[in-house]
Design a protein around this ligand. Sequence first.
Ligand SMILES: C[S@@+](CC[C@H](N)C(=O)[O-])C[C@H]1O[C@@H](n2cnc3c(N)ncnc32)[C@H](O)[C@@H]1O
Length: 317
Amino acid sequence: MGFIVSQAIFAVTKLGVVEALRAAPATAHSLAARTGTDADALARFLRLLATEGLLTEDRDGVFALTDLGTLLASDGSLHHLATNLSDEVYRAWSAASHSLRTGKPAFDEVFGDSWFGWLANRPAESEAFNTTQAALVTQRAHALLSRDWSDVNTVVDIGGGNGTLITALLRANPHLQGTLFDQPQVVAQAAFPPDTAPRCTAVPGDFFTSPLPPAQDRYLISQILHDWPDEAAGRILSNIREAMRPNARLLILDQVLPDTTTQPHPGRLLDLNMLILLGGRERSTSDWTSLLTTSGFTLTHITPGPRSSLIEAAPTL
Ligand SMILES: C[S@@+](CC[C@H](N)C(=O)[O-])C[C@H]1O[C@@H](n2cnc3c(N)ncnc32)[C@H](O)[C@@H]1O
């Protein structure tokens, strides 16, 4: 019955109840008046979420967010993820058996289009998705940002969304020149802040078919390859390989699945989410090694991280 908790979380986040509670603890009655919700229903939603540790309720029926619940407020790290997973992604999951039967994305079955095709025609949803991705950057990018970049001059972020990661990288390394590469309607959403704008260029294109920016020192690709099955991921990698000089390096931020199933791992949830949405997959170290080898790369190092690992590769000469 985990979906009941998920939907309760999504509903109170989406309808502004979390935001109202972030401002001040309140009774269900007063919250209902401010959020356009039904007071009795709201009290029941909030009591369930209190049992999940997101809220407390005192003897006077006043609800307050816990530290965990605060993550769902608009300035919290999980707000965008919670709202983004609640609509189309959730509806795609209702056809999970289609993916199980065919190995193909349930999203396409439910919506009659691919996830990125569907987003391309919906500016509001596309912006919400890119904001969600951007909000997760700081949680994922630690291994990347804490590297020594002093001997690197140029870096391109392939499929870099609205530019949040490349901006963080340029801000931390004032000597670096950056390029953001993504689909035209996505790079159009990038707004580079004044301190990094002079050092960053946006290049629109398709990472399957467009020539990628040549002669960069580092090719960064974050949370992209897990969107695609091996054949398509291999085509993206081969395209990157073609743009690279022999001394350039590939930096992949993505999940690395453990080899065993003895421990729960968030990558297993993401693995199925990628299948349902895009027909993609998460990969283990041996999966990464073989994908990279067949695409002209040698895997040189993996820095494991709780949310994302940093996988480094060099062109095979
Ligand atoms: C899961 S998001 C990852 C965004 C960002 N790199 C991050 O780490 O959060 C996938 C990105 O791939 C981009 N993308 C999808 N298909 C593409 C294509 N054919 N060519 C270029 N970019 C594409 C999307 O626009 C989106 O920004």
